[in-house]
Design a protein around this ligand. Structure first.
Ligand SMILES: *[C@@H]1O[C@H](CO)[C@@H](O)[C@H](O)[C@H]1NC(C)=O
Ligand SMILES: *[C@@H]1O[C@H](CO)[C@@H](O)[C@H](O)[C@H]1NC(C)=O
Ligand SMILES: *[C@@H]1O[C@H](CO)[C@@H](O)[C@H](O)[C@H]1NC(C)=O
Ligand SMILES: *[C@@H]1O[C@H](CO)[C@@H](O)[C@H](O)[C@H]1NC(C)=O
Length: 245
């Protein structure tokens, strides 16, 4: 019995790696994608608490992470608040805040394609970059080559999403079975192509003078509030890995 289950799981993984049609079975999706999902402690969540598109602003969560919602009529929303440190220069921290929404398709080969409406935006702050803090429009789509939902005895349903480079996001816990999303239509006027870049935006994600403090912060220390931003400490940054969406 066990070996049969393992074999079918191995077969499933192999099938998905070769781009064969996805098999919706109990291994693959023990529940449906629909609802709201969030990594870690769930500090980052889609919906009205994260992004205000009409103002092109963010409410910075207390903790970092990713969140995604999917509706049964194929709309999605994505929220991301992450920091990464530069491997060759650990004091060079890049803060990244990203919000987008649009429509998604479940492709036959098991991948997901999230195609935005065009009103998404991001803030990128590179403590060492020439353009240290930019807020800009982005219509970047999100491609997930493979996904899976498993049931964990303590965490409940866990959604695993693969990144375009075949690494994985941290597991997303199911926050609710109904998606918590902003209205599923374009929420602000955007002239894409003009690629508005607001250098030195109002909010400061990563302030130079606080880097020393951050790096000195012990792992698990209470987040320091930096220019309206809570920051979880250098250890958390190191754990986040590559800056990829
Ligand atoms: C899976 O399907 C999507 C959408 O059609 C396509 O873009 C992608 O290249 C396919 N992946 C593989 C491995 O065939
Ligand atoms: C798996 O999930 C997809 C998308 O959420 C849904 O369309 C499909 O019916 C599900 N299949 C099973 C067996 O639960
Ligand atoms: C890391 O820092 C080095 C030196 O400041 C810089 O040249 C490089 O571009 C940075 N890498 C990334 C990924 O930011
Ligand atoms: C944004 O990208 C999607 C494809 O991912 C495209 O369908 C849409 O037209 C784009 N929106 C704008 C405003 O360019």
């Amino acid at each position: 019995m066990l070996s049969v289950a393992l074999l079918s799981l191995a077969g499933l993984v192999a099938a998905q790696n070769t781009g064969d049609p996805i098999v919706y079975d109990t291994q693959h999706n023990v529940t449906s994608l629909y609802g709201t999902w969030a990594t870690g402690s769930g500090g980052v969540q889609t919906g009205s608490g994260f992004a205000n598109p009409s103002e092109m602003t963010f409410t910075y969560p207390k903790t970092t992470g990713w969140s995604v919602s999917f509706s049964s009529d194929y709309y999605f929303e994505w929220a991301q608040y992450t920091f990464v440190s530069n491997g060759s220069d650990p004091s060079c921290i890049t803060g990244y805040v990203f919000w987008t929404h649009g429509q998604f398709t479940e492709n036959e080969n098991g991948s997901l394609t999230m195609s935005p409406f065009g009103d998404g935006y991001q803030q990128v702050q590179d403590a060492c970059g020439a353009e240290s803090n930019v807020l800009e429009n982005t219509n970047q789509s999100i491609y997930v080559p493979w996904w899976n939902i498993a049931q964990d005895t303590t965490d409940g349903y866990l959604l695993k999403l693969q990144k375009y480079d075949q690494t994985y996001y941290p597991p997303f816990k199911q926050i609710s079975t109904t998606p918590n999303m902003l209205p599923t239509r374009q929420l602000r006027e955007v002239t894409l192509g003009s690629d508005v870049t607001v250098a030195q935006s109002k909010r400061d994600l990563v302030e130079e003078e606080t880097l020393e403090k951050r790096n000195a912060a012990p792992a698990g220390a209470a987040p320091a509030v930096v220019g309206g931003l809570a920051y979880a400490g250098a250890a958390a940054v190191a754990a986040l890995g590559m800056l990829t969406i």
